[in-house]
Design a protein around this ligand. Structure first.
Ligand code: NAP
Length: 288
């Protein structure tokens, strides 16, 4: 949406294709406090403001998933289930999706005790026992959010050091209801129609069971690039190989945000990518 704002301000026609709703993963964040200008804002409110800004500038939004891009040189075609859109440049800003634990019954238990979104599903676990798996900012923030709702929150991490911010770790350590389970991975989901417990294996191989009502999986994200793999070069982890200028190896195709190779995946860097990608796309169009 930042790219749309920049491109509209340069008087380009802009179509934004959104597979589900606007805003991407930030809409699941209850409180943003690391984006300049505002000390606190919910992800949904933030995304809505950007959406309204882009719309007011004349960007057109269509809610449909881009399933393919056909590169015809100076003319590209973006394909959705019902339509085909032609344009001169395409910015792929498809972000990433939740990484799964990869356990056999994980999919069938999703929505039956297994969740990937604490702010969406946390309210179902008021007064109950839950666990969060992971050691990044998402896991830490999810655990803190759930600590206000649940009776007990286990935080299960495969190491004894967290990848996420120290400030959130300290806040969690101050909560009596949060129990840290270090050097451990979830090795089985135990269920009777819905999740009832998890099997946890620690680094020494010792296996234990934690009875719980809900498991929140926050073990990182995987890029949403597979629809475009034949079009642009991906790195070993599946991210689009594009640098700070957001240019891919295919002229006229740009990548912005969490789906490109980069070291800092934050709201502010995603917005910055939008600005860079749109600026480069405008340059590219001028060169045609
Ligand atoms: P992340 O930073 O990649 O962390 C993923 C965590 O899951 C890591 O601790 C990792 O362990 C663990 N993990 C990965 N695969 C696992 C597996 N199969 N089993 C068990 N544990 C596994 O992902 P994230 O927390 O979703 O964050 C993604 C990006 O968004 C990060 O850049 C993060 O800083 C950013 N973010 C920022 C904010 C904020 O600034 N407010 C909020 C949320 C997210 P290891 O540590 O051992 O690798």
């Amino acid at each position: 949406m930042t790219a749309a704002i920049y491109a509209r301000r340069a008087s380009k026609s802009v179509l934004v294709l959104e597979a589900l709703t606007y805003g991407g993963q930030i809409i699941n964040t209850p409180d943003i406090e690391n984006y300049p200008v505002t000390a606190h804002i919910s992800g949904f409110e933030f995304a809505t403001k950007v959406y309204e800004q882009a719309q007011a500038l004349g960007a057109e939004f269509v809610f449909a998933k881009a399933v393919d891009i056909i590169d015809g040189g100076s003319e590209k075609t973006v394909v959705t289930a019902d339509n085909r859109y032609t344009c001169k440049a395409v910015i792929i800003a498809t972000g990433s999706q939740n990484r799964k634990l990869g356990l056999p019954n994980e999919e069938e238990l999703t929505g039956r005790g297994v969740s990937y979104c604490a702010t969406c599903d946390g309210a179902f676990y008021r007064g109950k026992t839950v666990a969060v798996v992971g050691g990044g900012n998402t896991a830490l923030e999810d655990a803190l959010y759930l600590a206000d709702l649940a009776k007990t929150v286990y935080l299960i991490h495969r190491r004894d050091e967290f990848r996420g911010d120290e400030k959130t770790v300290s806040a969690l350590k101050a909560r009596e209801t949060v129990k840290f389970v270090y050097n451990s991975t979830v090795t089985a989901l135990i269920a009777d129609k819905k999740l009832t417990a998890v099997e946890v294996t620690d680094k020494s191989g010792s296996v234990s069971t934690i009875e719980l009502d809900g498991l929140f999986v926050a073990v990182g994200r995987v890029p949403e690039n597979m629809n475009f793999a034949k079009l642009v070069k991906l790195d070993e982890a599946g991210y689009i190989a594009a640098g700070e200028d957001c240019r891919t190896d295919t002229p006229g195709i740009f990548a912005a945000g969490d789906n490109r190779t980069k070291s800092v995946r934050q709201l502010v860097t995603a917005a910055a990518d939008g600005a860079s990608a749109a600026t480069e796309a405008i340059r590219y169009i001028s060169s045609l």
